[in-house]
Design a protein around this ligand. Structure first.
Ligand code: ATP
Length: 258
């Protein structure tokens, strides 16, 4: 059954005199992967930052499962089950995969005051999670993040969001700077995110990557959402590109812009 997970309503954001978001409304449902596309400066990052509590909106409302919430900080967003993974996702290269998975939320054992990190528990969970996001290579959870490839790091960040039961995982350009095999890995993780009951907003400049994994495409232009329900199975990449640039409007008016 389709259920509304997150609804952003009439969001406006001004940076000084720049009107970066113009009355934007967007709903993400449960078990849904939404691709957010738009040219440079369209407002994608700003919308995501508002949703993840990283920048305050000027006006508007955000609802999670029908209840209005205040996103004053990233902690508020995480408390509401929204986790954002940026390209260089706050992973600490010197620490192990297991430690990175639990960063700031490590399990401890022993009596209070004498407690210490429960490394066995963290390693065990890490092993399971790595398998769940499709890392089948035998990488011990004690491996430092610095020794992993870009794609594997993204996998660890996604695994972290999955473990802490984030309902909505936002991936901002997760395939940037990745090789072909690594990119395929990340796209597989995105499918895994949906198959395990989470929702996802996927931002990427590479429209081909978006087409491979999303259920629905949303396009922003000039701070507005100009299309919010493009079905990648029923549209072509060229059609979506024309929506991104606004060319389809010029064509509809019968104007030649050459
Ligand atoms: N911190 C800021 N201060 C002032 N203006 C900003 C700031 N961040 C973004 N903007 C402006 O807001 C508008 C939307 O930018 P935003 O970064 O959200 O777009 P985007 O679609 O994510 O672009 P890109 O794909 O290039 O990251 C642009 O005009 C941009 O210059």
């Amino acid at each position: 059954m389709i259920q509304e997970l997150v609804r952003m309503q009439n969001i406006n954001k001004y940076y000084g005199r720049i009107h970066a978001l113009r009355d934007v409304s967007l709903t993400v449902n449960t078990h849904e992967v939404v691709g957010l596309l738009g040219d440079n400066g369209a407002g994608k990052s700003t919308l995501i930052k508002v949703l993840s509590g990283a920048v305050p909106m000027t006006s508007g409302q955000i609802y999670v499962k029908g209840k209005e919430v205040q996103m004053k900080s990233t902690t508020d967003a995480i408390a509401n089950g929204i986790e954002t993974i940026y390209q260089d996702s706050a992973l600490v290269p010197q620490l192990s995969i297991a430690r990175n998975l639990f960063l700031g939320r490590e399990p401890v054992k022993g009596a209070r005051l004498f407690n210490r990190l429960d490394h066995d528990a963290m390693n065990e969970v890490a092993r399971t999670l790595l398998k769940r996001v499709g890392i089948t290579k035998d990488i011990p959870p004690t491996t430092p993040i610095g020794a992993l490839s870009g794609g594997e790091r993204q996998a660890v960040a996604i695994a972290r969001a999955m473990h802490f039961e984030s309902n909505l995982i936002i991936l901002d350009e997760p395939t940037n700077n990745l090789g072909v095999a690594e990119t395929q890995g990340v796209l597989r993780f995105v499918r895994e995110v949906r198959d395990t009951g989470h929702s996802c907003i996927f931002i990427a400049h590479n429209i081909h990557h978006v087409f491979q994994v999303v259920d629905r495409i949303v396009v922003m232009r000039g701070g507005k959402i100009v299309a919010d329900n493009i079905d990648p199975k029923k549209s072509t990449i060229e059609e979506v590109e024309r929506v991104i640039t606004g060319e389809h409007l010029i064509e509809a008016l019968g104007l030649d812009h050459g």
